[in-house]
Write a protein of this length. Structure first.
Lengths: 416, 1005, 187, 99
């Protein structure tokens, strides 16, 4: 792997950039692999990378039906934080945040992690109670967390309207200073490049259409580019998890919904932190290119369409202008949707299944971008050892039978 | 000298109405009918801005929505707006505008120094660098990048303007008011359909406004006027100009932004709606959105003065402006020749037509020749010179298939370059509606394939590039749409005679090499002007493994700008197709997404701001609370009095006073917000048995019972009291926030699971205002108001109700209690709420009756250990966790939630259970949300044992109290537990959650 | 019975533009029962003179009351008479049947929207199609007015009664007033 | 914004409705007889079909009726709606863009 730095760029400039190598190969699929990862999103690519890096496996393929990083990874509002309520969640998201903090150097790719601080606003006494509860839980879990009152919110983000007469006044906020945003595409590309360098075959335009099994054990996959044998399969297909589960004859507690986002035209910096409000459905940050990146609430109905209904966006903008009146004359430049795979308890599944050798990493719903490194790291461990790491053991499928759900609805709202 | 580039006559501007405006601080004059772009060009201003990365000088390229450059900061102060395209701004008196993202000014922009680093700032360079040293990313690199990014500035003040929404249903909606759209509207309108015709421009006519055409007996202007007049006369036809259909959603739902006042001088805007979003549900949609011209990609094709040929024609014909006096035309098609002919006719000078096709012929070519214009067939522009305006072009003969052109160069002086690479139908809305595109080799463009919604396409969008075809196609589309929605179209009018040259010859030419290979040397072949994406960037991306058109977009930022690549996307993918050696359709397009052009947040929010962003619900007693100084708490959509401070009181003072009044005298609470559901039918009791965890069959008529509801997962989700009004009739109350959800849920079970149950549910929440009087003196107050009511313990015991007259109003009085004190909840019709409240206040005056709010209510109930759903519960709490096993029937075979209680985790003994906490120091009030541990001061992560759900200072008890959920708490009474807070750790004892009057003696007063 | 003040205080009602007013409270009774059961419909007809409409979104008039279709087994009876006596009469006539009769006179506030701007004001407020081709006098519909559930009944060429939950009446009243405001600004 | 056909009121905008998820998931007759896995199947496991999907909607701001709709989860095409207890309409042959 050619090391990226300002020096290599300068050197390549001398040859008019004609000598840059491919960031990843486009190999033909081999007839068999030790591990096949289905889904070339951030999580799938990270899984492949950590399998190779941490567990020394080399004979790995990532199969992606479209272009790598083109699923939810390409369409999320890029919020990264670890201040989740429950111990199990805090542990796995905090592991992820720690990996984020060294990621650019680890994979030699600038993922533009910007730890500018994430505010979660409280608008009612109930929100305040939940916010304080989460801050306290975070602190005891070793996750950085602060509680700000309304004035503190204003200091941290001066353009927020904290008027007491607002329809949903700002009563305070949780702040995680280590939280922030990262460049979504770069994360997918960086992991792809790093995994490729360790020998992982990333095969795009290769849709898995069947899971082959023998005697309750996986043996490979059918794809639009032919059958491929595999000893183990890790499914990391986000919105399409249920479709692949069906190929293997299993059912998941997952439903797929549209989640929409939008960007404004690029403007000069006005907001240098991330502001989230579950209560009124506003999630805003400003990208390094200048657009306001905003996420909307989830659409209620099941869908695989990567688009939702417009009233959801209009509703969100009304709420947004309550908080940020000065955005009224800023203009929406593009809106889009992704397909989020939601679990009943708003927590993910990283788990083996009743089919031997078949593992699922899904259910990240509206908030899995931040988990990309941690999820890949844990899932790689699980695939390599055929057993979960303690960090992801609580996120098993069996919790739906036992009732040991990890309910992050309360604290998470739409959990970006 | 002003308006040096204005023609002497012609155009659709009103030369009698001069308009003054300011650009970059300098005053100018234009005419009514101008856009800011045309007025600036009339004044010879070409330099409008700087480019994104390299800060190269940039000017106006197009004349409409497709414009990639020329974004300005429009207006000042509270009404300033960033990034508005000069080509889309109708000129008005007093307009001010300035260039964006330049410093100190557009003429001399410091950041142009970036140009020196252009070699380094290739696509994706930021992924490869700024990583060392790690700490510098946040400290230096990112802040610098951020400061450099972005175009204009958001206002810093509140927007004074009004926006709103309209909802419209029509049989036929037509997007695009060019010749095709007008004809479609005519056909549908004459057939009798309800029609909506929208066009983003200031007037209807589309491209006809820019071209000279004889249509039958009329010229183009006359024809447009006649069409519009007929349409305006039809009552069910709505015509909206300045209205952009920006989104085409599922089920023929379209959104249109109407700009109602943006073209008016400030004084004329006052009080009017500025922008309106129309939400349209259409039976059929006719898309007649026309076509955008494509630039050619050649070396240094970005200098101010290099424009699209069709736009030059627009400026000349529509605005009476010569964008330049010496024009070189660079084209690969016949149609562009018209621009040369029109410019020459208007007094400009065409210095050469450079045509990359080796053979040229046809009507327009002949016409150009007849004007003595030099035509250089088989030639290309291989470079341009100039600083803030193009000064000359370098022209070379083409060698077919060559990567560089080595033939001798000829410099041609000019102040305007018109270019045309052909036409791209405006397929945006068609694609948004999920239609697939098909590539047409002959026309060298993507055309709509089979529509996926109830839809027709017409005109240039459909590949009908002649006016004759547009008129016929438009009419047919309108007629078909009308027919499909149940109307009978009138007979088609006879086709008019049209005088139109043949425009059809085109030979695609996606990239024009220069004298050096692409990417070498200093020349740049811009593909996306707004994002400074060059052909070399696309090559580099492919070299680095980015092959999908979607990757190219994201790596090079092509089509990522405010214009969303209207002029660049097709060129980019065609260049990509060349590099990959794949046919264009195989490469495919990126996804078209709303909005077609940017839409202000204000317009999208409409009037749903402030108190309208979410309805405010108030009780009929609300005004009294306001008049008496209540502070309010939002509970769901409701405003509830939180507490009633008196002058000089702190919040705690007020709460102490309110609570003590209830414990020792009498307090009064507005409880109208609780949900109320009338449940009636022979199976009503059986239904409640299935819904609630406890048993209901035996509840006597006239009696009241408390109930808990769980979801199927066994977790508590609502509670309240329910009274039996008759054998077959109950009145259920729910929590304030839960009312709507509970009713939906009841209906769900009745309608989908148990349709055999004969039960009707009706919401009567607002039928009844509820005034709750509580305290030892409550009886005395009620006695005064309802002298005829028997309030004796035997005849009116706890958990029963009575009907009667209170304060002269027919009322129902319930004896229930959330405070532990003797309490009467008086229900009267909503409209009588305030009358009753005032009567109660008057009757209670002698007992010093004290209104109290939700906060005191919370304290009072916590003293009694009563839960609040949503506070003691969070969706993970069972009745057993709350210590409320007593309310869970062991006898009923089934009820909702029962099965889940025995799941292994739900049945665990050490679940978090509701307990009381008494802090060691009575003055320590734990924060609600404090986490609890059994072992203090252990290293993080600390094993947590639970958290504080409610916590107050209790004036009654003279100390703090708290409720908490604690692991295995029910078996830990008397044990110590710790709350590690920031800076201190508070110790408390685990106790029974009932702090006050454990025996319940006070209930009876 | 004490005097029943209107929900909207006079001070607010005075700010309503022409074309909008809150009506004095009217008797409203919610009736549920099976429209396919002639015992039910006959009894209602005998008691009120109303042939209950079984076509969605239609109203039917009786002697003192009219019925608004709300759902397949639900009607709102509205009139100038006494709600309590109507309830009594119906309860008596329907005794033994599976029905529900509820006095809901206070449950909803009624606004009247009338005049040349009533259609556009509705178009600003509701996604329902109120065009005369689709909706005419005598029709009623349950839909949203702004973000509040409402029953809209057309009472004349350009006149509508809008029934909203009383707790929403401030919100809806102010909304409609604002929707009409534009039309009093000189063009 | 979906245009949903209430079997009683006719076509109305999606905002008048509440979504109820997958249709035809009957509450077990006797939950006590089910083991934890079977109960979890009822509580949580969903088909989440990509293609034509039977789902429930509540006309919450209209007639307050729950009913079923067949809708394609990729194209959002609505094939038809039917009342509780009625048979679903026939599905079109083409998968309408499924997969
Ligand atoms: C609008 C929006 C905003 C969001 N905001 C945030 C946020 O702010 N913060 C946050 O943390 N999270 C956010 N999320 C969630 C986050 O995007 C996802 O949880 C995360 O990206 C999931 O990553 P992934 O790699 O699992 O999935 P994806 O990136 O979706 O990757 C799954 C891949 O599987 C492929 N695939 C599917 N089926 C097959 C098949 N049969 N064969 C081969 N390949 C297949 C898909 O093509 C896709 O590329 C948001 C999501 C959306 C939609
Ligand atoms: N090869 C050529 O020379 C060539 C190519 C294209 C078009 N033409 C000529 O152009 C004319 C085409 O007529 P037409 O009616 O098809 O198109 P048109 O360009 O005349 O009209 C389309 C109209 O739609 C408007 N529009 C586009 N998108 C919109 C949206 N989202 N919302 C609102 N308005 C929108 C445009 O502003 C424009 O006014 C014909 O006269 C044809 O001869 C010639
Ligand atoms: C954080 C973020 C920032 C984005 N910024 C832009 C942008 O500046 N311009 C743009 O056109 N699209 C932007 N997009 C949206 C993408 O163009 C695209 O819509 C998204 O990746 C979904 O893909 P699709 O629309 O092709 O389906 C952004 C997306 C994300 C997630
Ligand atoms: Zn209905």
């Amino acid at each position: 792997m050619v090391k990226y730095s300002i020096f290599t760029i300068a050197r390549n400039a001398l040859t008019s950039h004609k000598n840059w190598p491919k960031q990843w190969r486009s190999p033909e699929p081999k007839s068999s692999y030790d591990v096949i990862i289905i889904g070339g999103g951030g999580h799938g690519l990270a899984t492949a990378y950590y399998l190779a890096k941490e567990h020394g496996m080399r004979n790995i393929a990532v199969l992606e039906k479209g272009w790598l990083g083109g699923g939810n990874t390409a369409r999320n509002t890029t919020i990264v934080r670890s201040n989740y309520l429950w111990d199990e969640s805090a542990a796995i998201y905090e592991k992820s945040l720690q990996l984020w903090e060294g990621l650019a150097q680890d994979i030699n790719y600038n993922v533009m992690l910007s730890q500018r601080g994430v505010l979660n606003l409280a608008h009612s006494l109930g929100d305040v109670r939940e916010g304080v509860r989460r801050v306290n839980a975070n602190r005891l879990n070793g996750v950085d967390a602060e509680w700000l009152d309304a004035e503190g919110v204003k200091d941290f983000c001066p353009i927020i309207n904290i008027s007491k007469t607002a329809r949903h006044p700002v009563l305070g906020a949780t702040l995680q200073r280590r939280g922030g945003v990262a460049r979504h595409d770069s994360v997918a590309w960086g992991y792809a490049r790093a995994a490729d360098a360790l020998g992982v075959d990333i095969i795009q335009n290769c849709e898995v259409t069947g899971i082959k099994r023998e005697g309750g054990k996986v043996t490979g996959v059918e794809t639009t580019r032919g059958d491929i044998a595999a000893k183990k399969i890790g499914v990391v297909a986000a919105g399409h998890s249920s479709v692949i589960a069906e190929m293997a004859g299993i059912r998941l507690p997952v439903t797929s919904h549209p989640l929409q986002a939008l960007v404004s035209e690029p403007i000069k910096p006005v907001i240098d932190c991330v502001v989230m409000s579950g209560a009124v459905h506003v999630y805003v940050s400003q990208s390094d290119k200048g657009e306001l990146v905003m996420g909307a609430g989830i659409d209620s109905f099941n869908s695989y369409a990567q688009r939702g209904s417009f009233h959801v966006i209009e509703h969100q903008l009304g709420a947004c202008l309550e908080l940020f009146p000065i955005f009224s004359r800023v203009r929406m430049m593009r809106s889009w949707g992704g397909i989020v795979d939601t679990c009943p308890d708003a927590s993910p599944i990283l788990s083996g299944t009743s089919v031997e050798g078949l593992y699922f990493n899904c259910g990240w719903g509206t908030g899995g971008f931040k988990a990309t490194p941690g999820s890949g790291w844990c899932f790689a461990y699980t695939l390599a050892n055929d057993a979960p790491h303690p960090l992801n053991a609580p996120f098993s499928l069996s919790r739906f039978e036992s009732g040991a759900l990890i309910d992050e609805h309360g604290a998470a709202g739409v959990a970006h | 000298m002003t308006q040096a580039f204005r023609t002497t006559s012609g155009g659709r501007i009103d030369r009698k109405k001069a308009i003054t405006f300011t650009f970059n601080g300098k005053p100018y004059i234009g005419y009514e009918g101008d856009t800011l772009a045309s007025a600036l060009l009339a004044n010879g201003v070409h330099l409008l801005g700087r480019s994104f990365k390299y800060h190269r000088p940039r000017g106006i390229v197009a004349a409409g929505a497709e414009e990639p450059n020329s974004m300005v900061q429009l207006g000042e102060g509270a009404t300033t707006e960033p990034n508005i395209r000069a080509t889309q701004i109708s000129l008005y008196d007093g307009l001010t505008a300035s260039s964006v993202n330049v410093w100190p000014n557009v003429e001399f922009d410091i950041s142009a120094i970036n140009g020196l680093f252009a070699k380094i700032m290739t696509a994706g360079f930021y992924n490869k660098t700024f990583m060392w040293p790690r700490s510098m990313w946040m400290k230096l690199y990112e802040p610098v990048i951020r400061r450099a990014a972005g175009w204009g500035k958001a206002p810093t003040q509140q927007d004074p303007d009004i926006y709103d929404h309209m909802h419209l249903h029509v049989e036929v909606m037509i997007v695009g008011g060019g010749p095709a759209g007008l004809m479609a509207a005519l056909a549908a309108g004459r057939a009798g359909a309800r029609v909506l015709l929208v066009d983003e421009q200031s007037e209807f006519g589309g491209s006809l406004l820019s071209r000279k055409r004889q249509i039958g007996a009329k010229d183009e202007a006359g024809w447009i006027a006649e069409m519009v007049a007929e349409l305006e006369a039809m009552p069910d036809v709505t015509l909206l100009s300045r209205s952009t259909a920006f989104g085409y959603y599922d089920h023929n739902y379209l959104c249109v932004l109407e700009q109602k006042t943006d073209h008016l001088p400030a004084a004329e805007r006052v009080g009017k709606v500025r922008q309106r979003v129309w939400h349209v549900r259409a039976g059929q949609v006719v898309l007649a959105t026309g076509a955008h011209e494509r630039p050619l990609v050649f070396a240094d094709n970005d200098r101010p003065g290099i424009m699209l040929a069709g736009s030059v024609q627009t400026y000349v014909n529509r605005y009476g402006v010569l964008p330049g006096k010496k024009m070189a035309l660079f084209t690969n098609n016949d149609a562009a020749y018209e621009a040369a002919i029109d410019l020459q006719a208007a007094g400009g000078d065409v210095v050469a037509i450079i045509d990359c096709r080796s053979e040229v012929s046809g009507e327009l070519v002949d016409a150009a020749r007849a004007l003595d214009i030099e035509i250089l067939a088989g030639h290309a522009i291989t470079g341009t010179c100039g600083g803030k305006r193009v000064e000359s072009v370098e022209v070379r003969a083409i060698q077919k298939g060559a990567k560089v052109y080595t033939s001798a160069a000829r410099q041609i002086k000019c102040d305007l370059v018109a270019m045309s690479g052909g036409w791209s139908p405006v397929v945006h809305l068609f694609s948004q509606s999920q239609g697939q595109l098909e590539y047409d080799e002959e026309k060298a463009c993507f055309l709509p394939g089979t529509p996926r919604q109830a839809q027709q396409v017409a005109g240039a969008l459909a590949g009908e590039f002649t006016l004759k075809d547009c008129l016929a196609g438009g009419y047919k589309a309108g007629a078909d749409a009308a027919r499909a929605t149940g109307f009978t179209p009138k007979r088609k009018p006879a086709a008019p005679e049209i005088d139109e040259p043949d425009l059809s010859g085109i030979e695609p030419f996606w990239i024009v090499p220069g004298s050096r290979p692409i990417g070498e040397g200093m020349a740049k072949h811009f593909v996306d002007l707004q994002n400074d994406t060059t052909a070399a960037d696309i090559e580099l991306a492919v070299r680095e493994g980015f092959e999908s058109v979607e990757h190219i977009k994201r790596y090079t930022l092509t089509g990522f700008g405010t214009d969303q690549g209207k002029t660049s996307n097709i060129n980019a993918l065609a260049i990509l197709s060349g590099i990959l050696d794949k046919p264009i359709p195989k490469v495919g397009t990126t996804t078209f997404r709303p909005p077609y052009t940017p839409v202000s947040y204000g317009a999208l929010a409409g009037r749903n701001l402030g108190d309208w962003s979410d309805p405010v619900r108030v009780t009929s007693i609300h005004d009294w609370h306001v008049e008496n100084g209540a502070l309010f708490e939002n509970v769901g959509q409701w405003k509830r009095p939180w507490y009633f401070p008196k002058a000089g009181e702190t919040m705690q003072d007020a709460l102490n006073r309110e609570c003590l009044a209830v414990r020792s005298g009498v307090g009064v609470l507005d409880a109208s917000t609780l949900g109320k559901i009338d449940i009636r039918g022979p199976d009503a009791a059986e239904f409640l048995n299935r819904i609630y965890t406890n048993a209901w069959a035996k509840l006597g008529i006239g009696r009241v019972r408390y109930g808990l509801m769980c979801h199927e997962d066994g977790m508590v989700f609502d509670d309240g009291t329910t009274a039996r009004l008759a054998e077959d009739r109950f009145l259920m109350t729910t929590t304030t926030g839960g009312a709507a959800g509970v009713l939906d849920w009841l209906e769900e079970y009745l309608q989908t699971e148990w349709p055999e149950l004969k039960v009707y549910c009706n919401s009567v929440t607002e039928q009844w205002a509820t005034v709750s009087i509580a305290g030892p003196k409550a009886g005395a107050v009620l006695k005064k108001l309802a002298p005829d009511m028997d309030l004796s313990q035997e005849n009116f015991p706890f958990l029963s109700f009575k009907e009667g007259v209170v304060a002269g109003i027919d009322a129902r009085v319930f004896r229930i209690s959330f405070t532990g004190e003797l309490t009467y909840e008086i229900n009267v019709p909503w409209t009588c709420g305030r009358v009753l409240w005032e009567a109660v206040m008057e009757a209670g005056a002698e007992f010093d009756i004290t209104p109290y709010g939700t906060e005191s209510m919370h304290i009072l109930r916590a003293e009694k250990g009563f839960i609040i759903v949503g506070q003691e519960t969070d969706g993970t709490t069972t009745p057993q966790d709350l210590g409320m096993d007593w309310i869970v029937s062991k006898k009923k075979p089934d009820f909702i939630g029962k099965r889940s209680f025995t799941r292994s985790d739900t049945a665990r003994a050490d679940r978090k259970q509701l307990v009381g906490l008494l802090t060691d120091k009575p003055d320590d009030v734990l924060p609600e949300g404090a986490q609890l541990v059994f072992i203090p001061h252990s290293p993080k992560p600390m094993p947590m044992a639970g958290h504080v759900t409610s916590s107050y200072y209790s004036a009654t008890l003279g100390r703090s109290i708290a409720l908490a959920l604690v692991k295995g708490g029910h078996d830990r009474m008397g044990q110590k537990i710790f709350a590690p807070l920031e800076g201190k750790t508070v110790t408390a004892e685990i106790v029974d959650p009932v702090f006050y009057d454990k025996e319940g003696e006070r209930l009876n007063g | 019975m004490a005097e029943t003040p209107w929900i909207t205080p006079a001070a607010i009602a005075e700010t309503f533009p022409e074309g909008l007013k809150e009506l004095p409270p009217r008797a409203q009774v919610n009736l549920r029962g099976s429209v396919t059961d002639s015992a039910f419909t006959d009894a209602v007809k005998a008691g009120t003179g109303i042939a209950l409409p079984d076509t969605p979104n239609k109203t039917a008039a009786g002697t003192d009351f009219k019925a608004l279709w709300l759902s397949p087994d639900e009607w709102l009876l509205v009139g100038e008479g006494e709600a309590a006596s109507l309830v009594q009469k119906l309860e008596a006539a329907l005794s033994g049947q599976h029905v529900a009769v509820n006095d809901v006179s206070a449950n909803r506030t009624i606004f009247e929207l009338s005049g040349p701007h009533s259609h556009p004001a509705l178009m600003k407020s509701s996604e329902f199609d109120f065009h005369p081709r689709v909706f005419a006098p005598g029709d009623c519909v349950q839909t949203l007015i702004a973000k509040s559930q409402a029953i809209v009944e057309q009472t004349g060429e350009t006149a509508f009664h809008i029934y909203v939950r009383s707790s929403f009446s401030r919100y809806v009243g102010a909304w409609l007033a604002e929707a009409l405001a534009e039309y009093s600004v000189a063009e | 914004m979906l245009n949903i056909d209430c079997p009683w009121c006719g076509k109305r905008h999606e905002t008048e409705f509440r979504y109820g998820g997958e249709a035809h998931i009957a509450r077990p007759e006797d939950p006590a007889k089910l083991d934890d896995a079977e109960w979890a199947e009822f509580l949580f496991m969903r088909t989440n079909t990509k293609g034509y999907f039977a789902e429930r909607w509540l006309h919450s701001h209209g007639c307050r009726r729950w009913f079923n709709v067949i809708r394609h989860t990729v194209t959002h095409e609505i094939v038809g709606s039917y009342k509780m207890g009625e048979k679903p309409p026939k599905l079109p042959k083409s998968a309408g863009g499924a997969k």
